[in-house]
Design a protein around this ligand. Structure first.
Ligand code: ME8
Length: 700
């Protein structure tokens, strides 16, 4: 029965900071997946929690002058409060300082020790407290003669002490076999090669303890109180703690069945711990691996990873949500944030965050598409049918229900394969189809005609049209509920349907439209005017980014044009640097070197294209081979974007395509044209459109 079980975990977050957009992202994705699986009737379990031990926490509590447990309890309360506001429906919340967890870690240690996989030896090496990880010479960079962790940009610490070691090296073959298991232990598939080549490169035994005198805020090593358990052994065990601990899982029954259905959702920063150390530890402890690990990319701000240690990237989803609520006079802020992260980013790849894109999705997807569909339907029902839309089997008898079931099946396949962005894209096809259906059927014209032929009568024709829209909206509410549970309920309320239909997948619907009496139409996503949007963005931008552009410093070479700020209109106000510049400015209409005219631009044939298939070009690091749908034909393109995008993350996406580039042969593959991306030496992001248009549409 494991096919109908679903157990999803997020990483347990360090308590050295409160939630930010990165941790919000993983947690919302896990939540939406859990909500989807509950709606389809799966036995679902969703876990998140906190990682509270280690040097990092020890130091921050000391800096704040707080007792360690008091500090952890304070941050834990903030996380729990945030997740509640963010509508996170976790079934358990694990804390590594809890007694049940300490017991589970002791059991794990005992089982690995019993297997003969733990031994004592001298450790002499480097440690990064930021990563809570050991570092080899290859992992560090040298800055001013000092060895520095390139991730945290801080010096690593020398550790020389007697530690316990885990025989990780013994498990290389087991791990390599595991990665090949049918169904894929590591997803997306591209992660498999990365991890497998790390393992093939040779595994060294892992130091799994510290001397208590150097790191005391950790769980003591069973039977040896002078030593404490390495934080990652402690942290990874959390996934078993909530099932009753390693011994309970080993005993079989419900705990083992749940464990077999477990997927760890993580970002790439902690892939090695989950894909290498953890399954090896489990094997040593006589336990099976989880079902799999799904690894997503990073959310970035201007290409820089969002993280607690980088204030410029700190985006607080809950502050944004609260500001949006205040600006719109609604309470949809949280749901917009949830929708945005799920829709905007393909799970697996990296994605850049901008406030503009957030507000654009609010306006177009939520306001213009979904909100409009609901408003029109409910308003017309009030106007033409006194608010009551009677039951209907749908156009052509029961076919309507079959069509809805078909649409729901496609969306379901996306939720099931961890592609939430495509699930939502698919739902929005239905939203737009429904809007187009209203445009085509023109109920207002029908109403006028019927007012003449059947004055004062109830129109069966209008009922039929609106029943169709209501059926669509009811199914859309149910399909969108994993992303926006409250919006789903509000849609159903306005349609006069029970709100718990949001928790039922449309394939379970027995009728196309069972009837309903609409409440008054309440605009769910009020428009934000340009002024309000600008004010919100100004409030959200960090002070240094929001400050007006400083006048450019006079360039050393008067002929050098400052190129860094070319996008900023403020650049036009820069003081002329010399008399020569003034002259050049006065003669503005003539083309400057490097400028092109419109006729040149028109030679470029830019089009939208949908990615049908995508795979790596063998024996290359950066190249992907894509098949593109141009509406009228298919093209093959080779693109150097494998460093930024996993192949699976691109399938189904719409890209900007240069169609009339001379074909070129790259690694034996003929590339017909090029897809557009941002970035210089490194690709940072693909060019994209802010709404759906059919493949092959001209871009001008
Ligand atoms: O690593 N983009 O905790 P952590 C996407 N305690 N996801 C991001 C992100 C970003 N910019 N920043 C953070 C730890 N995340 C350990 C985990 S598990 C047994 C122990 C998310 O607080 C993402 O899920 O540093 C990432 O893996 C996690 O937060 C790291 O959280």
């Amino acid at each position: 029965m494991s096919a109908s079980r679903f157990y999803i975990t997020t990483p347990i977050y360090y308590v050295n900071a409160t939630p930010h957009l990165g941790t919000f992202y993983t947690t919302v994705v896990a939540d939406a997946l859990a909500r989807f699986h509950r709606a389809t009737g799966d036995d679902t379990f969703f876990l998140t929690g906190l990682d509270e031990h280690g040097q990092k926490i020890e130091r921050i509590a000391a800096e704040r002058g707080l007792a360690l447990q008091t500090y952890c309890d304070g941050v834990a309360a903030q996380f729990q409060e945030t997740w509640k506001r963010a509508e996170i429906s976790n079934d358990d919340f694990v804390r590594t300082t809890s007694e049940r967890h300490k017991k589970a870690v002791a059991e794990m240690w005992g089982r690995m020790e019993k297997a003969g996989d733990i031994y004592q030896a001298e450790y002499d090496g480097m440690y990064c407290v930021g990563c809570e990880d050991w570092k080899s010479e290859d992992d560090v960079i040298v800055v001013n003669g000092e060895k520095v962790c390139p991730i945290h940009q801080r010096p690593v610490e020398r550790v020389k002490e007697k530690n316990y070691f885990f025989r990780l090296s013994k498990y290389a073959d087991y791990l390599l076999e595991l990665y090949e298991q049918p169904g894929g232990f590591l997803r997306p598939e591209s992660r498999k090669n990365e991890v497998a080549s790390f393992v093939r490169g040779g595994l060294r035994d892992l130091s799994i303890s510290r001397m208590k005198k150097s790191v005391s805020w950790c769980i003591p090593v069973p039977g040896d109180p002078e030593h404490t358990v390495y934080v990652w052994i402690d942290a990874l065990t959390n996934y078993l703690t909530v099932l009753g601990g390693p011994n309970a899982v080993a005993a079989g029954g419900a705990a083992a069945a749940r464990w077999a259905a477990c997927t760890h959702l993580i970002a790439k920063d902690i892939l090695r711990f989950h894909a290498v150390y953890w399954p090896a530890m489990l094997k040593s402890a006589g336990l099976p691996p989880p079902k799999g690990v799904f690894c997503h990319g990073y959310l970035t701000v201007k290409g820089q990873k969002i993280s607690k240690s980088m204030p410029a990237t700190r985006v607080d989803p809950m502050t944004i949500a609260a500001d949006l609520d205040a600006a719109t006079g609604t309470d949809v802020g949280v749901e917009l944030m949830r929708y945005f992260v799920l829709r905007e980013y393909s799970l697996g790849g990296d994605g850049d965050f901008t406030y503009e894109a957030l507000l654009q999705r609010y306006e177009s997807d939520l306001g213009n598409d979904l909100g409009n569909l609901l408003n029109r339907t409910v308003n017309m029902a009030q106007q033409f049918l006194g608010g009551r839309v009677d039951a209907s089997a749908g156009e052509g008898g029961g076919d309507g229900l079959a069509t809805l079931a078909d649409e729901a099946a496609q969306v379901r396949a996306h939720w099931e394969t961890f592609t939430p962005s495509q699930a939502l894209e698919q739902i929005w096809h239905s939203v737009r189809n429904a809007n187009r259906y209203i445009d085509a059927k023109k109920p207002w014209v029908v109403a006028k005609q019927e007012a003449q032929t059947n004055p004062g009568g109830r129109s069966a024709a209008i009922n039929e049209i609106l029943a169709h829209c209501c059926a669509w909206l009811r199914a859309i509410a149910s399909m969108v509920a994993p992303a926006m549970p409250e919006v789903a309920k509000k849609i159903l309320r306005q349609l006069g349907r029970p709100q718990d239909e949001a928790n039922v997948w449309p394939s379970e619907f027995k009728e196309f439209w069972p009837g309903g009496t609409m409440s008054k139409a309440e605009p769910m996503f009020p428009r934000l005017d340009a002024e309000r949007k600008a004010a919100l963005i100004a409030k959200w931008l960090p002070p240094e980014a929001a400050a007006p552009a400083a006048p450019a410093k006079p360039a050393a070479d008067a002929n050098t044009v400052a190129t860094t700020d070319i996008q900023k209109p403020a650049q036009q106000d820069v003081q002329p640097r010399s008399k020569t510049d003034v002259k050049t400015d006065a003669a503005a209409p003539s083309a400057a070197p490097g400028q092109i005219d419109l006729a040149d631009f028109e030679k470029i044939d830019l089009r939208t294209a949908r990615v049908l298939t995508c795979e790596r070009v063998p024996k290359t690091e950066k190249l992907l081979k894509l098949t593109l749908d141009l509406g009228t034909e298919q093209r093959t393109v080779v693109s150097g974007i494998a460093g930024a995008y996993a192949p699976e993350a691109l399938v189904g996406r719409t890209v900007v395509y240069l169609a009339n580039l001379k074909p070129a042969k790259l690694r034996g593959v003929v590339s017909q044209g090029m897809i557009l991306a941002a970035g210089d030496a490194e690709v940072l992001a693909l060019a994209a459109l802010d709404r759906d248009v059919p493949p092959g549409t001209k871009i001008r």
